[in-house]
Structures are given as C-alpha cells and as structure tokens.
Design a binder for this molecule. Structure first.
Ligand code: ATP
Ligand code: MG
Length: 428
C-alpha cells in the first residue's frame, strides 16, 4: 500500500473525553472515528487490525472444528421470552418495534438464537458434540460507554456455542476451548491472565475470564503468588488486599488490573431447559442438551493491545496484528530516479512475498515520515536515502528497541540476499 493512497489521516486534536492512551492513539492515528456515544467507524488503518485479529481467532476456531455461521443481529422477542431473559436483561438490551408492532432486540449475545437452531436441527446424541461460532456485531446499551471501542455500545464479538449429551462431554469441549483461547492470545502476543469469574447475565455454573494485563483495566484481578489461584475481585464482597494471605491458603495475594478480552461459560441446561432443546440419548431417552458458550471481544482486543504496548511516540503493535508488517521510508522518492526505482522494486518484491508493506511515498520531511510510522505502530521500517546513493546501504529499524541493522545492497535493485535478510528480520 502506498501511503499517499491509503488515506491515513492522523490528527493532533483529541477530544477531552478520550481518557485512556489506547482511545487517544486510536483517534490520533485515525484508526477509528466516533459517530455517536459508543458507536465507532473502523477506518482503513484500524480495519486492517480488526481483520488480523479476526483471522487469528478464526484459525483457532477452525482448529477445534468449530463451525462458522452468521446469525442475524436483530432477534425476535419471542425467543427471549422463552428463555426468560426478555424481562431479566434490563435497559442494556436495545428493544425495537417493527412496522407490524412486533418486538425485537438488537442481540447483545446469541444464546437464544443458537438454542433455537439446535433444537430444530439436532435430534440425536450422534450429532454431538457440536460447536458453532460467528464473528458478528453486538449491541449493548452500556450505561457508561467509554474508552472508545473498549467499552462501546456496538462492538465486534466472536461468540461460540457448544452442545453436548452430558456434563462430561461439555467439560472436555470447555477444556479444548480454554486451550484455544490461550492459543489465540499467545499468537496475538498479549500478556494476559485467566481468572475465575462471575456468570452474570449469561448464566450457568462455571466460567473463566481472559484478561489483558493493563493499568487502565476496569477489572481487578486477585491471584496468589505461589499457586494457580486467580479470581476476579467482583466475586468478593470484601476483596483481599495485596500482601494478604491468599484465599486458597497458598502464598500471598497479588493484584493486577485487567481488560476482559474473553469469557467462557459452562451453561449446563440453562437454555435447553427453558427452550426445550432436547435429543434422544444412547438409551433412546429424551434429554435436554448441555451447553457451553465462549466469547471474545474482537474489537476490544485492538484497544487492549495498544493499552499494553505503547510509548511516547505512539503505538507499538504486536507483529501479529499490526496493520502493516513493515514500512518503507523512501527519502527523495519523487526527486531521485535511482531511489525511486530501488524503492518501487523493493516494494513489489516484498508485496509478492506476501509481506504487508506500507510505502511512504509522500513528499514530506524524513522526520515526519519516521514519526508517522512510529505513531501508527509499524514494527519495522526500511529506510532508503542518501546512504543508498553514496554507499549502497539501506537501514532496517526495529520499532520496539529502536535497533538498527545496516544492510549492504547492490547499487540498482534489491538483491536476493537482502530480501531474505529482511524476511528473516521480520519473522524473528
Ligand atoms: P464486561 O464485564 O466488560 O462488561 P461482559 O462480561 O458483559 O463484559 P461478555 O458477555 O462476557 O462481556 O462478552 C464477551 C466479550 O465481549 C467480553 O469478554 C469482552 O471482551 C467483549 N465485550 C463485552 N462488552 C463489550 C463492550 N461494551 N465493548 C467492547 N467489547 C465488549
Ligand atoms: Mg464477561
């Protein structure tokens, strides 16, 4: 992608309601644009990040044989009345009335819809276990939308639902999904913690939350310094303090703040009982299915990653979800034929090798090109300038440590050796 054609519009004017660094940086880089409270447009730069997060999650879901579907965002009230949540959910549920005076809601989550599908399609234990998932827009009329896309009203979620013959089978799938979630967050490259959690509006018996560790996190995580014990402080009426004896009796309490990016639940028979989702089991008996559900805040992850990794120059993307793998900064692109040719060649070759390249072809000062590349968080840059003309060298710079590698080049066009060198440095 050429910078001049990509429409990255960075700005210094940040509204006062942007309290946390991720929100500020997402607005400054033009990744997102506010439409109204809790409603954001993902602009081209931001959308690339969102797609990369989605792809990592999708790969992990395919790996555990979850089946991708896409359910409507608008849901009929009848199903919510069957489950009992129409009355329970409260004002966070956005309710709508169509031209025929029928009641609907904009889905904050999709248990009712998937249970309705399962009770129609699944008749026998032989079809189980089965996992469905979707990556889809949710709406929750949050009382206090804030921190940009971190607590938005409309946001992107990956939600998965599993159906089982019995608790044993649910427990196995729950463990598989647990591992898949860890794999997602490891692949993205986030520092996170898993804690025992509250089932909240979704219901069920057991649940775990996945939290990205960050000072601005809304949740307080309590864990032991010497065991696996880890729990969301909202489960206590009086949470222990740092240094207290750990509630599990092992070691001392440590406290960190976290941003909830994933939440998995054992739902048991909650929905299958109320909505009568039954199958015939191995003994030919009619039983209600056992369910699990598994959510990831796709759009929230983008903000959480920034919250965890930034400096005074801007965002430092984990390589896995950076909008571009590398930026090429070409100093003198429009003025010098040799530089232009070399830059164009390098850009084409890297692109053909599958590298996401952002080539800065703007006629602006090198300083501004560097600072924009750093602001939008691209992990690597290649600098082609005076040194290329004088000594046939180009520079490869790492965003994170500001480490520089000088690469000796052929005088006219990128050599095979250089390309391999660059690919190796990117992949390291
Ligand atoms: P929270 O406690 O942050 O309100 P939740 O427990 O209500 O979240 P879940 O119902 O578990 O959320 O939804 C699954 C995931 O969706 C969450 O782990 C979170 O990452 C994401 N999510 C929930 N609410 C929002 C929101 N308002 N904006 C962005 N992402 C959200
Ligand atoms: Mg939750």
């Amino acid at each position: 992608m050429k910078y001049s054609k990509f429409g990255i519009i960075t700005t210094k004017n940040i509204p006062n309601d942007a309290e946390v660094i991720s929100h500020k940086l997402m607005l400054r880089t033009g990744m997102i644009k506010k439409l109204a409270s809790g409603l954001y447009t993902w602009m081209p730069l931001g959308f690339r990040v969102l797609k990369k997060i989605e792809n990592i999650i999708r790969q992990e879901m395919e790996h555990v044989n979850a089946l991708e579907i896409l359910m409507p965002a608008i849901q009929p009230s009848e199903l919510w009345k069957e489950s009992g949540r129409w009355d329970k959910y409260g004002p966070e549920l956005l309710r709508l009335i169509d031209r025929h005076e029928r009641e609907f809601c904009f889905g904050p989550t999709h248990e009712e819809i998937i249970t309705d599908i399962a009770r129609k399609d699944i008749k026998s234990y032989k079809q189980l276990p089965i996992i469905y998932y979707q990556i889809q827009t949710k709406f929750r009329d949050e009382i206090r939308p804030r921190f940009g896309v971190m607590r938005a009203r409309e946001f992107l979620m990956k939600d998965a639902y599993s159906f089982h013959e019995n608790e044993d089978c649910l427990n196995k799938t729950y463990e598989i999904m647990f591992q898949a979630y860890m794999s997602c967050f490891n692949k993205i490259g986030l520092e996170y913690k898993v804690v025992n959690a509250n089932n909240g509006q979704i219901g069920g018996s057991e649940s775990h939350e996945f939290h990205v560790i960050a000072e601005n996190g809304e949740d307080e995580l309590i864990f032991s310094d010497s065991s696996d014990y880890a729990i969301n402080s909202e489960l206590f009426t009086e949470p222990p303090k740092e240094g207290d004896d750990s509630p599990d009796g092992a070691g001392k309490v440590k406290i960190r703040r976290g941003i909830e990016v994933g939440h998995i639940f054992k739902l048991g028979n909650n929905y299958s009982n109320s909505m009568k989702a039954s199958i015939s089991n191995i003994d030919n008996k009619n039983i209600n299915m056992v369910m699990g559900c598994y959510g990831i805040g796709v759009s929230r992850i983008a903000a959480a990653a920034i919250e965890q990794s930034n400096d005074d120059k801007g965002i430092i993307w984990p390589k896995s979800i950076s909008p571009f793998d590398i930026s090429i900064i070409s100093i003198g692109y429009s003025k010098n034929e040799k530089i232009k040719k070399y830059t164009d060649d390098l850009y084409e070759i890297l692109k053909n090798k599958g590298v996401d390249v952002l080539m800065d072809d703007r006629d602006i000062s090198p300083g501004n090109m560097f600072s924009d590349s750093d602001l939008i968080g691209i992990p690597f840059k290649i600098i082609i300038g005076k040194q290329f003309l004088e000594k046939h060298t180009i520079e490869f710079k790492e965003r994170i440590h500001n480490k520089t590698h000088v690469i000796q080049e052929d005088p006219t066009t990128p050599s095979k050796k250089t390309i391999n060198n660059i690919l190796k440095l990117i992949q390291n």
